[in-house]
Design a protein around this ligand. Structure first.
Ligand code: SAH
Length: 205
């Protein structure tokens, strides 16, 4: 059963803001955000905001995780690339809803913590990679879906190239401090961009 504070988070921050996708809400119930929040922030695990990780990075606000996941329109056969593992909370939500997830994290310390946080869930469809994801991850391309959880300043062409025709990429794009969240669909080989909202992500470095 979902813990009361977790259900409160889901109802107040996610359903109330218009996200009703059943599979997604079930993923949020099955994957407790608290299991990905560092010890120092445990009491704030269900709050409506990002929380600090090591290396000056953050675990995204729950609503943003839900919104980006919804925009990806995931299916159980999708092969997904995530750039910026961070806490691996978003990674676990993705893995719950799709066929396979490749997730790249630049910082070794975060990559190690992500491995530990995911271990109890025994996911068999997640591959964690420690490395630079700025140019995507060619080895396992193409991907049906791509999600960036750190923001490039400009449109990431080389990442977009790794998307299948008809595939969707969700990414914050823009300068440090304020970016636009885009849903980008590959149509006839070209990006069709839809802006979702303003966001504040850590930069893709
Ligand atoms: N979805 C994650 C968000 C983490 S913040 C969560 O909710 O926990 C974004 C992450 O992207 C950070 O962990 C940061 O270290 C990572 N990152 C930044 N630049 C990167 C790069 N070039 N390659 C891979 N990861 C990167």
């Amino acid at each position: 059963m979902t813990s009361e504070p977790l259900e409160w988070m889901i109802q107040n921050q996610i359903v109330r803001r218009g996200i009703h996708n059943h599979a997604l809400l079930n993923a949020l119930r099955a994957i407790d955000r608290r299991d990905f929040v560092p010890a120092a922030s445990q009491s704030a695990a269900y709050e409506d905001r990002p929380l600090p990780l090591k290396n000056g990075q953050t675990i995204s606000q729950p609503y943003i995780v839900a919104l980006m996941t919804e925009q990806l329109e995931l299916d159980s056969h999708h092969h997904v690339l995530e750039i910026g593992t961070g806490s691996a909370y978003q990674t676990a939500i993705l893995a719950f809803l799709c066929h396979s997830v490749i997730s790249i994290e630049l910082f070794p310390a975060l990559h190690e913590v992500a491995k530990l946080s995911l271990a109890p869930f025994k996911f068999r469809n997640i591959t964690l990679i420690q490395g630079d994801g700025k140019k995507g991850w060619e080895k396992q391309a193409p991907y049906d879906r791509i999600i960036l959880t750190a923001a490039p300043q400009d449109f990431p062409d080389s990442v977009f190239d790794q998307l299948v025709e008809g595939g969707i990429m969700v990414a914050p794009i823009g300068k440090a401090g304020y970016q636009t969240l885009f849903k980008i669909t590959k149509t006839g080989g070209k990006p069709v961009k839809e802006s979702i909202c303003g966001v504040r992500f850590v930069p893709l470095v």
